[in-house]
Design a protein around this ligand. Structure first.
Ligand code: HPA
Ligand code: ZN
Length: 341
């Protein structure tokens, strides 16, 4: 990759649509919060925490990720976590972000739903005011738990409905298909939430189909296994159903062996509305810019296609048309400036 393309990527205005806020917990902050909250962790330094971030599939990652979340207790902790992520957004020219949180990971430990959402929301409001970064919050149900627990979580979310744009579905895909959550998603839709779901990350293309038809999702998180079903690919293209692809995550969790084998550029060229996202950047080795760079280093991609990824993310985002237009203009202006250089 040319140096010039690296610089182009750095400055490109970006929109992130697939980010688990708990997955942005860096070893330094994890260590600091463990001390501050007197939570015992089996590590004596942030370096040891970093060394423990080794996994070979989704489940081995999730085991470490849920353990890390134990240090998050007070509203201030959720605020600090979110603020640290927003500062990284500023560095990477992320202008809009839609973040997931996993309420059940916290409520199961006796942390109040309000503690979690208020801490995240406070930082996001400050991010808008001080950094000019707009945002939305998506609440995910943990699919390894049962639907009753998801219903209970939905009930807890209702008083905070104005702060949550959509519900999602994450955690272990294997053995927990979308159809396990049909009713709770239908109820969420009746309450006015949009819906998204992780599907076709490790699981089969059928999960993508079912997420669309049974959970009414507006976009699919990951979705890279769609290629196993050409009819599904044709439908995704025709309907412009967005896929929130997470390149570095896919390599760390062995969804693809190497970035050179990743299908994101192929999908983009076929006309799918694919986007680049960081998923759990503290665990997978990089935020938005690092994900773009990793793709551009391993795969042939033009600056115009890099811009198309930003345009796709704007199209796929949960903001109004006026806001979308403003973001489009930002990307266009950036592209025009580059063309003149
Ligand atoms: N997949 C499923 N669940 C998750 C992920 C993921 O990539 N990250 C955090 N929870
Ligand atoms: Zn994810």
């Amino acid at each position: 990759m040319k140096q010039k393309q690296l610089e182009f990527i750095q400055g490109l205005p970006k929109v992130e649509l697939h980010l688990h806020i708990e997955g942005s917990l860096e070893p330094d902050l994890l260590f600091e919060l463990a001390k501050r909250n007197q939570v015992s962790i089996p590590f004596s330094s942030p370096q040891e925490v970093q060394a423990a971030y080794q996994f070979n599939n989704l489940q081995s990652f999730l085991d470490i990720y849920y353990q890390g979340a134990n240090v998050l207790i007070h509203e201030q902790d959720f605020y600090d976590l979110t603020w640290a992520y927003l500062l990284r957004c500023r560095q990477d020219n992320v202008v809009h972000t839609e973040i997931f949180f996993d309420p059940q990971t916290h409520t199961a430990r006796g942390i109040g739903f309000d503690t979690v959402i208020n801490g995240i929301d406070k930082a996001l409001k400050q991010g808008k005011e001080e950094l000019g970064i707009s945002s939305q919050i998506i609440m995910c149900f943990l699919r390894h738990l049962d639907q009753d627990s998801a219903f209970e979580t939905l009930k807890q979310a209702l008083p905070f409905k104005d702060k949550i744009i959509a519900v999602g579905l994450d955690s272990s895909e294997e053995g927990h298909p979308p159809q396990k959550f049909t009713e709770v998603f239908q109820t969420a839709i009746e309450h006015g939430f949009l819906t998204v779901a992780h599907a076709g990350e490790e699981g089969p293309a059928q999960n993508i189909d079912n997420a669309i038809s049974l959970l009414g999702v507006s976009r699919v998180d990951h979705g890279v296994r769609c290629v196993d079903d050409p009819k599904l690919v044709a439908e995704l293209i025709a309907k412009r159903t967005p896929l929130t692809v997470c390149p570095l995550s896919n390599i760390k969790l062995n969804v693809f062996e190497t970035m050179a084998e990743h299908n994101i550029v192929e999908l983009l060229r076929q006309g799918l509305c694919v986007t680049i996202n960081s998923d759990d950047p503290a665990y997978f080795g990089g935020y938005m810019t690092a994900n773009f760079i990793a793709v551009a280093k391993a795969l042939p991609i033009t600056n115009k296609e890099l811009m198309a990824l930003s345009f796709n993310a704007i199209e796929a985002s949960f903001i109004c048309d006026t806001e979308k237009q403003k973001l489009r203009e930002k990307v266009e202006q950036y592209g025009n400036k580059d063309a003149k250089l």
